[in-house]
Design a protein around this ligand. Structure first.
Ligand SMILES: [Zn+2]
Length: 175
């Protein structure tokens, strides 16, 4: 699950109790999003992942119009899918002074189908990409939704701790 534009995906820190985070974050612990895919299946995948994160209380994703959304959630076009190679998800972002201006997360529907991902597998990928969208980096532990090749694991306590820590730590600093 690659990252674009920044190095979040490459940071490896020991993180027994807290999933690592990158230097970037939103200004507040909430952000607006829009789901752009027309696929009912992938709309429901993104919504389930949003609901799962919102239920943790660590961050709030709020729905908005496309023109006002800070986060765009979709599925990869044919060309984007090719560019993603073997990655089932991708999050790219634009930041200023380490504050996210906009974030774009994609699911690679073609690969998700090809690899026979179950609905819950696909939701875990969406939860992982939303983790990046909030500023989380990869966790070297397989028992984290932010493990770089995660498929089977949903949001864990370490991941919730990571988001809380990200928003208790100023932009520009990592853990
Ligand atoms: Zn990733």
């Amino acid at each position: 699950m690659g990252l674009f534009v920044s190095q979040i995906g490459g940071i490896v820190a020991s993180a027994a109790t807290t999933t690592p985070f990158g230097a970037q974050r939103f200004a507040k612990d909430h952000a607006t999003y829009v789901i752009t895919t027309k696929s009912d299946y992938y709309k429901s995948i993104w919504r389930s992942a949003i609901d799962a994160w919102n239920a943790t209380g660590a961050f709030k994703f709020k729905t908005s119009s496309a023109s006002k959304a800070q986060i765009t959630l979709g599925i990869a076009s044919k060309r984007e899918s090719k560019k993603m190679g073997n990655d089932v998800g991708l999050t790219e972002f634009w930041a200023r002074d380490n504050y996210f201006v906009s974030v774009n997360s994609l699911l690679n529907a073609r690969l998700i189908k090809e690899y026979d991902y179950s609905r819950s597998d696909a939701i875990h990928v969406a939860e992982h990409e939303l983790g990046h969208a909030m500023g989380l980096a990869h966790n070297p532990s397989t028992k984290s939704v932010m493990y770089y090749r995660n498929r089977a694991v949903g949001i864990q306590k370490v991941d919730i701790n990571g988001v809380k820590a990200r928003y208790q730590t100023p932009a520009g600093q990592t853990n």
